[in-house]
Design a protein around this ligand. Structure first.
Ligand code: HSE
Length: 399
């Protein structure tokens, strides 16, 4: 069976490498040898053996009757969307690692795949090498999924771990993450939570069967977290982690991406460095956790190759996947309740005139006061923080 790869970057070259290094075992599992016959890229690759396979026009793949499976590892919505749609309409199976494409166009591409009796799979779009999509789509199908809470961005988890372990400031840790090649080209997508937002939109779409628009998810990143916040977290015996979460509320979900202060008993407390983990609670299963390498060349390519094998096993049929284009209206994020940690330059009497049932936190920092609120809705919290005005130095929810 012939495979084409669109985008010979980090992930695309990883897919080619895995198909070469593990060719024999993959052929046994797929029931047929898998051969890369075309690679779409804007560039040429000189003496690289791949150069003989390079094409510059996606139509050379779409129009090739000998190619059954196409891998999309280009990233971004366009031109990936145009190319993937053309492949599905030409009767080719497609797997992608591209979360921007899946979050934006997933439901439509699933429908187009169904109409053409092929498959559109996207295991690598969330959690890198952790097979979380397969778990939700194939394994936990007897459950109502009540909660998904994940550390789904390796870059920011690496940064929060470094800040916690070394007491470093945000900007220094960001530079280190960039020099190690963890951060995306534009670090904004990682540090402002946009990457995690698209991933939780995909997971929530899968468990609800409807379209969750990532634009509807309140998203706060970690760029405002300081070494002082970390000192307070340590004083409380907690760690700050960027979480992406969905919690069932009636027939919909509360979704949010934000940094949270986690206690040691939280299942995600010990997930450190670039690792990802996703906690899933089912109404029958109870609690479960999926942990592993959530980013990087070979872990992500491993998930893509898993999809290739799955498609090779179902080359003559569409495997039904429940994710419709109809939009899911999310629960009102302002009605969600949390306890909150607040740092302020206001004095204790002013704080106590606004907040009741609070606990002060002493981290040995002078010139400011830290405290933890009782459980409040987001609306109530907005109103109270408004009263403190520019005396609010920071606010982090408790997980
Ligand atoms: N920038 C992402 C991360 C890559 O750090 O997790 C994987 O999607």
């Amino acid at each position: 069976m012939n495979v084409a790869v669109m985008g010979y970057g980090t992930i695309g070259s990883g897919v080619v490498e895995i198909l070469r290094v593990n060719a024999d075992i993959i052929a046994k599992r797929a029931g047929v040898p898998l051969k890369v016959t075309k690679v779409l890229d804007l560039r040429d690759f000189g003496d690289d053996p791949i150069s003989s396979l390079i094409v510059h026009d996606y139509k050379e793949i779409a129009d090739d009757p000998d190619i059954d499976i196409v891998v999309e590892t280009m990233g971004g919505v366009e031109p990936a969307y145009t190319f993937v749609k053309a492949m599905l309409e030409s009767g080719k199976h497609v797997t992608t690692s591209n979360k921007a494409l899946v979050a934006d166009k997933g439901a439509e591409l699933i429908r187009i795949a169904r109409e053409h009796e092929v498959n559109f799979l996207f295991e690598a779009s969330v959690g890198g090498g952790i097979p979380i999509i397969r778990v939700l789509d194939k394994c936990l199908t007897g459950d109502v999924v009540e909660e998904i809470t994940g550390i789904v961005n390796g870059t920011t988890n690496f940064m929060m771990t470094k800040m916690t372990d070394e007491g470093s400031e945000f900007d220094d840790v960001l530079k280190e993450a960039q020099s190690l090649g963890y951060a995306e080209k534009d670090p904004t997508a990682d540090i402002e939570g946009h990457d995690a937002c698209r991933k939780i939109a995909i997971l929530t779409s899968l468990v609800s069967g409807a379209q969750v628009d990532y634009q509807d998810i309140p998203t706060e990143g970690i760029s405002h977290i300081s070494a002082t916040d970390i000192k307070y977290a340590a004083a409380m015996g907690r760690k700050i982690k960027l979480l992406a979460s969905s919690k069932v509320s009636g027939d919909t979900y509360y979704c949010r991406v934000a940094p949270y202060l986690l206690p040691p008993e939280h299942p995600l407390f010990n997930v450190e460095g670039v690792f990802n983990a996703v906690f899933v609670r089912g109404n029958m299963l109870g609690d479960s956790m999926y942990y592993g390498s959530g980013a990087g060349k070979l872990p992500t390519a491993s998930a893509v190759v898993g999809d290739i094998v799955e498609m090779a096993k179902h080359v003559h049929m569409n495997v039904y996947l429940e994710w419709h284009e109809e939009k899911l209206t999310l629960a009102d994020p302002k009605a969600q309740s949390f306890r909150n940690f607040v740092r302020t330059s206001a004095d204790r009497s002013e704080i106590e005139s606004i907040f009741s049932d609070l606990q002060f936190v002493d981290a040995g920092i002078s010139g400011e006061t830290g405290f933890v609120t009782a459980e409040l809705t987001e609306s109530e919290m907005d109103e109270k923080l408004g009263k403190l005005g520019d005396k609010v130095l920071s606010r982090i929810r408790l997980g």
